[in-house]
Ligand binder design. Structure first.
Ligand code: PAF
Length: 259
């Protein structure tokens, strides 16, 4: 928690509530940057965006068990989570929702809890989790949560790999392979910018780029409408290209807006 002074760290909900009470009383705009830790420059770009617009930045670090899936051993976590879970909006059903059942339920639950605990004016999310941003936007609209949601651009390594806490799991060889995700997205974007309207051709080309790099476990390669995430057949309006693929044991996601 920082107001352009030394950061203050709080570790309990009681402390957090007291700190938020004091910050709200002081006035000024408060921004929230929710994270799961393992911070990298992608997270810091959200903090920088927040500091440009807000007097106070509240960053949270919480490794949220409910968005990881059953193999993450949910039994160890407090039972109240099950009662508290929030049904995510319909946009959560496709893509990540299909491959990670329960994931957005976990995200929506914890984000809504954070929004209640930290009544900021604006919250910052990274475009790398594009669908997550849309889910959160729909959730605040559906539930009338008085919070602005900002989506900040993806921060990439020099070779194009999107920054992610999970990149640290990659071996050296996998790290080299992983760059194929962004290369595939950029190749798809270039095709569309050169006038290709057939989404099937774009998807096929993107998949081929992944296969050529030795990435054969691909959850999805999608060419979708930017607001609804519905797959398109003809590209006639702004689109988003999205990939989820496994590089070794690590599942990576990336995306790119077009038009
Ligand atoms: O994007 C993340 O790091 C997490 O999904 C979030 C928003 C902090 C919720 O746990």
């Amino acid at each position: 928690m920082t107001s352009h002074r030394e950061p203050e760290v709080v570790t309990s909900i009681v402390e957090l509530k007291a700190a938020m009470h004091e910050l709200r009383a002081r006035g000024g705009r408060i921004g929230l940057v929710p994270t799961m830790g393992a911070l990298h420059d992608g997270h810091m770009s959200l903090v920088r965006a927040c500091r440009l617009e807000c007097e106070v930045t509240v960053a949270t670090i919480f490794v949220n068990p409910t968005q990881f899936g059953p193999h993450e051993d949910l039994a160890r976590y407090p039972r109240t989570w099950d009662d508290d879970l929030v049904d995510p909006p319909a946009i959560a059903r496709r893509l990540e929702g299909e491959f990670r059942p329960g994931h957005f339920r976990g995200v929506a639950t914890v984000v809504l809890k954070l929004f209640h605990l930290i009544p900021a004016h604006v919250a910052y999310f990274g475009q790398k989790d594009y669908q997550q941003c849309l889910v959160v936007r729909h959730m605040v609209a559906d539930l009338n949560v008085p919070m602005e949601i900002r989506m900040c651009p993806i921060v990439r390594e020099a070779d194009g790999l999107a920054m992610s806490s999970r990149n640290r799991y990659l071996t050296e060889t996998e790290r080299q392979q992983a760059v194929a995700l962004s290369q595939s997205l950029f190749a798809g974007r270039d095709m569309i910018e050169r006038g290709e309207c057939d989404a099937g051709h774009v998807r096929d080309h993107m998949r081929t780029r992944l296969t050529q790099a030795g990435i054969d476990r691909v959850d999805y390669v999608a060419v979708a409408e930017q607001e609804t995430l519905e797959e398109v057949e003809r590209i006639t309006s702004p689109a988003v290209l999205l990939i989820a693929a496994h590089v070794g044991q690590t599942r990576l996601i990336d995306n790119c807006l077009v038009g």
